[in-house]
Every structure is written in structure tokens, then in C-alpha cells.
Design a protein. Structure first.
Length: 322
């Protein structure tokens, strides 16, 4: 097997996207009401990177009804290391979108939950031949959370492979998952990708309050976000990539940090997967040796283009907006 730029291991699912529908039945069609898209952090990030010209592969589990997912991955040039479980259905996430940019998620993790440590071990030959290995959808694959992921990252580092993790909404996690992530996995992460809530959950101390949305946005000032990021750097993380919502991207290393606001959003079209596109932008720039400032601008632009309806932006799309 030839070398891979990126290997994505994690959640694979269908996104059933339900955009806002106004009261006019004259302008409403079935395609306006429901859109079926390939979803899951692993597949979205892999396709985004392949669109930018990096070789990418995705590993995970699917159910008996994954033909559309498999077909799109193949068409987009993404290699597949997928375990099929014929007795279950592929995972589904339903996303409801409102005109002001708000969104509501309802997920059934289904096939993702069946991916086992044995399945993960079968992926190791691909890990050894990759430049970057990323775990996504961390809680949706509970059988490989904690020590299996820590062992995966340790193996990757032994082979000179950069490790990355996208944490994925801890609000519904068991406390055990969070504790194992902090104790076992964090010290083995080169690139940690997290939003404000996830950063807060990972890095707050026991004597600090647990702040929930919507208060979290005001609480997580740039100075506090930087302090939290440095706590994770002290535990072994090399780079913290903060998805800072409307405030853009903050990238933090021990040598410095940047905080870049995003381009102006011209329309809200597709709010799903914007964080995955932002991750892809940071990984792409890491692979190309770009500095933190350019990486943050590039990642912001990818996320905004996704939000505006460009599912997988090309380099030319990005260069016209960056």
C-alpha cells in the first residue's frame, strides 16, 4: 500500500438535513424539505482533504444500507477500510436548520457503536503508512474510546505519524469516557480539535464552575481560552485547534498562538460539518508547512464556504475568499 497523507478513523453516517421551510407551499418541494448527505467526521474530513489534493482514507463501520456512502467515498477518491455489519443499519444524524444559523441535532449512532478494538488493530498497517492519523466522533465509538485510542496514538507516534483528535460534543458522555480521554488519550495527541464547550470540559479544574451554553460564550474569553489551551499543552498536546464559533479559529502551541476571525458569512446554507472542514484546513496547512496565521485563515475560509453551501471547497474556491 502506498503512503497516505491522512487516515481518518471514526464516525461514519448519513446526515438527514432538514432546512427551514416557510409557510409557502407554492415554493416548497421535497428536495427543499429533506436532503440526504454523507456525514460523520471521518468521512467528511477525508473527502475535504481529498478535494484539496491529499491522499486520504477512512476507517470505521457501516451497516447494510451504506451503498450511497461507499459510492461517494469512491467517487471522491477516498480509500475505504470499512467493517460492514449486515445486521444493523448505518448511523443517522438528523439536522434541523433555522434561518438565523441555529441547528438541532438528533443522532442514532447505530453501526458506529460496533467498531471494536479488534477492528482497530486491523487498521494498524494503514496507520504505519500514513502521515497523519485522526480519530473523530470520539464518543460515538465507545468500544475504542480510552485505552484503545491511546494505544493507537502511541503506535502512530512510534512510527513517526502525527496524531489528531476531534472530541465531538461531550454533553451526553458518561463521566468515565471523559476521565479516560483526559488520563489516557490527551498525552498522546499532537493536534487537538475542540470547540469552546469541549475545551472547557477537558481543561477546567475541579474548583472552577461547569459553565453551560449559552453562558459559555461569554465565559470563554480569548484570555481564558488561551489559558485552558496551555493546560492541555502542559499535559502533552502539541497544538490546540479551537473552533471558536463566530469568533473564528484560535491555534495554540507552546511557541505562540494566533486568533483569526472568519470571513463574513454571506448566507447560511449548510451548518453541518463546518468544524470538520475547519479541521481539514488546519491539517492541510500542517502537511504543507504553512504558519499558524495562514492555517487559521485557511481553516476559517473552508468552514465559511461549507456554511454557505459549498460542501467540499476546492483550493481555487478558498483562494478567492482567503
Amino acid at each position: 500500500m502506498s503512503e497516505l497523507d491522512t487516515l481518518l478513523i471514526g464516525a461514519i453516517n448519513y446526515d438527514i438535513y432538514v432546512p427551514y421551510v416557510n409557510n409557502s407551499t407554492e415554493t416548497t418541494s421535497l428536495s427543499d424539505v429533506v436532503r440526504l448527505k454523507i456525514g460523520g467526521g471521518a468521512s467528511i474530513t477525508a473527502i475535504a482533504l481529498a478535494t484539496l489534493g491529499l491522499s486520504s482514507a477512512v476507517a470505521g463501520s457501516v451497516g447494510r444500507d451504506a451503498d450511497i456512502i461507499r459510492s461517494e467515498l469512491e467517487e471522491r477518491g477516498v480509500r475505504q477500510v470499512l467493517k460492514k455489519y449486515p445486521d444493523v443499519e448505518t448511523a443517522i444524524t438528523v439536522v434541523e436548520h433555522y434561518p438565523d444559523g441555529r441547528k438541532r441535532y438528533r443522532a442514532n449512532t447505530k453501526s458506529n457503536r460496533f467498531f471494536t478494538p479488534d477492528d482497530l488493530r486491523k487498521v494498524l498497517p494503514y496507520v504505519a503508512r500514513s502521515r497523519v492519523v485522526m480519530r473523530t466522533g470520539y464518543p460515538w465509538m465507545p468500544q475504542i474510546a480510552g485505552k484503545p485510542t491511546a494505544e493507537l496514538f502511541d503506535y502512530a507516534r512510534q512510527h513517526g505519524v502525527t496524531t489528531a483528535l476531534d472530541m465531538s460534543n461531550p454533553d451526553s458522555w458518561e463521566q468515565r469516557l471523559l476521565e479516560e480521554l483526559i488520563s489516557d488519550v490527551v498525552p498522546n495527541i499532537d493536534l487537538l480539535c475542540a470547540n469552546e464547550n469541549e475545551l472547557h470540559r477537558l481543561a477546567r479544574t475541579q474548583n472552577e464552575p461547569q459553565i453551560d451554553n449559552p453562558e459559555l460564550e461569554a465565559y470563554m474569553t480569548p484570555d481564558r481560552a488561551l489559558k485552558y489551551a496551555h493546560r492541555l499543552l502542559d499535559r502533552g498536546v502539541s497544538t490546540v485547534n479551537l473552533h471558536y464559533g463566530a469568533r473564528g479559529t484560535m491555534l495554540v502551541t507552546k511557541d505562540g498562538y494566533v486568533h483569526q476571525e472568519p470571513p463574513r458569512v454571506e448566507k447560511y446554507e449548510n451548518p453541518t460539518g463546518c468544524g470538520n472542514l475547519q479541521n481539514a484546513g488546519v491539517i492541510y496547512c500542517m502537511r504543507n508547512g504553512n504558519d499558524l496565521g495562514y492555517a487559521a485563515r485557511f481553516a476559517n475560509t473552508m468552514a465559511v464556504l461549507r456554511l454557505e453551501g459549498k460542501d467540499f471547497p476546492t483550493l481555487q474556491d478558498i483562494k478567492t475568499r482567503i
